[in-house]
Design a binder for this molecule. Structure first.
Ligand code: 5GP
Ligand code: MN
Length: 343
């Protein structure tokens, strides 16, 4: 985003507008955090902002201020379409390609004639927005949003609600400030957000200390299912639909599970394969340490993408066949895997 674009955006936002804010499908803390932060910011500036999420999100994000007012496109289809039809600006937050919202909503967004603004930190953003603010080195879209407000000279507009939402997205996308993308700038922003009212201990508690008993039992099963391939510094986990049902799976219950595989000493590549009978797919999450790019791996083999060290994808064959495909692919990466990460 150059100076003249920032000037244009400032002008656009200087008079009240109907604005819709869209996170990606199956939104995580960064997607919902940035969307609700933008929602509070725009409303405080006199706009009529509406968050339209493609679908529902985990309970551990529902305490966020403004969450109750967010529409879900799949469940509240008529209301969502109305909000989109009435909008002159749509913000696309935390995703880089229109198909990340899912087929149904993608078709609606394709017909939108107004202005798209995309704020995102994923690689290779599609050229779909009139205004694109993209930086793949930044840890989270929430931090990008803070930089966006800096560009608008409006950091002072950050109130407690906005600070809480931004803090949440930075916390979840950095694995609580430990991934390499966490910089001194991130910590300075976090300090400012605490000064502006974000309650760090409360936020952590809401997100991470609200597990159900069944969720922890499911985690136990996932850890039992974990397979370690020492010679390729790789570990993977599977969860079948039967297992998910056994532990009363709720949305969000498997989030973060893949990181346990990556926490093993000498493991630099971790994967989880989760069966989804309803969508007829195996949802795949990939994580790595060092130079081995799971974004590339997901793009090349599993119809996905993301970041170098955290990516996702899917497979339309069975769980067993997906794991077999994965295992057959690995030997070709042996050199990359063994040299990816020096401790
Ligand atoms: P997760 O494994 O937590 O679902 O996703 C890890 C990262 O990869 C996130 O930044 C997410 O947005 C991205 N990602 C997950 N699934 C997909 C996918 O199917 N396609 C693309 N392009 N990115 C994905
Ligand atoms: Mn993100």
């Amino acid at each position: 985003m150059n100076r003249s674009e920032i000037k244009e955006i400032k002008e656009l936002l200087s008079t009240p507008k109907n604005v819709v804010i869209v996170p990606h499908k199956n939104p995580d803390g960064d997607a919902i955090g940035s969307s609700l932060a933008m929602y509070h910011y725009l409303n405080s500036k006199g706009h009529k902002a509406t968050v339209v999420s493609p679908n529902d999100y985990p309970n551990f994000l529902k305490w966020l201020p403004g969450s109750k007012n967010a529409l879900k496109f799949d469940m509240q289809n008529r209301q969502s379409k109305k909000a989109i039809a009435e909008a002159s600006i749509i913000f696309l937050l935390d995703f880089n390609a229109l198909n990340r919202v899912g087929d149904d909503m993608e078709n609606t967004l394709k017909e939108f004639k107004g202005i798209f603004m995309m704020i995102d930190h994923h690689q290779q953003p599609e050229d779909i927005a009139k205004y694109l603010f993209s930086d793949t080195s930044v840890c989270s879209t929430c931090q990008m949003l803070y930089h966006f407000l800096e560009k608008l000279n409006d950091v002072e507009a950050i109130n407690e609600d906005i600070a809480t939402c931004i803090y949440t997205g930075i916390m979840t996308d950095t694995g609580s400030f430990r991934f390499p993308s966490t910089t001194s700038t991130t910590h300075k922003i976090i300090a400012d957000l605490i000064d502006k009212g974000a309650d760090n201990a409360k936020i952590y508690n809401h997100v991470y200390d609200t597990n159900s008993y069944a969720r922890l039992q499911l985690l136990g099963r996932a850890l039992t299912n974990m397979v370690v391939i020492d010679k390729l510094k790789t570990a993977y986990i599977t969860l079948s639909q039967v297992e998910l049902d056994e532990f009363d799976y709720q949305k969000g219950d498997t989030e973060g599970v893949v990181n346990y595989a990556l926490s093993l000493e000498n493991i630099i590549f971790a994967a989880i394969f989760i069966e989804d009978i309803e969508q007829k797919i195996i949802k795949i999450s990939l994580r790595s340490k060092g130079s081995f790019s799971v974004n590339k791996f997901a793009r090349e083999h599993f119809d996905g993408g993301g970041h170098d060290n955290a990516a996702g994808g899917k497979s339309k064959i069975s769980l067993d066949a997906t794991v077999s495909k994965f295992l057959k692919l690995l030997p070709a990466y042996q050199n990359e895997l063994l040299t990816s990460y020096e401790v």
